[in-house]
Design a protein. Structure first.
Length: 109
């Protein structure tokens, strides 16, 4: 797969991301690196859902609140799509501990 710059033109050798940049953690909850996302795209992932399935990016505790945009930007750079063309993945609300008393009080209403 051809690396691309932010303006979506192919990178020259000097502009291509370094190994250090590719090791950058994009999804902190699941510890998914930029390189893993690039690999998923190279293997055929063309949507955020497909990247999520292949890498678990966005499946952690924050449910992609911190990495959603970064993953979408990488996908856009690599596939030549605009950010507007990338469909959002489905997300679940974050899981938070709830005291049993709160649940019990809610059921009594």
């Amino acid at each position: 797969m051809t690396e691309r710059t932010e303006s979506n033109r192919p990178c020259t050798t000097e502009e291509a991301p370094s190994d250090e940049e590719n090791e950058l953690i994009i999804c902190r909850c699941e510890e998914v690196s930029r390189d893993e996302i690039l690999q998923a795209i190279a293997e055929g992932a063309r949507t955020l859902v497909e990247i999520k399935w292949r890498t678990r990016a966005g499946m952690g505790l924050c449910q992609a609140k911190t990495c959603r945009r970064l993953v979408a930007q990488i996908l856009a750079e690599q596939t030549g799509q605009s950010m507007a063309e990338i469909n959002p993945a489905t997300y679940r609300p974050p899981v938070r501990p709830v005291e049993l008393g709160v649940i019990a009080a809610d059921t009594e209403k």
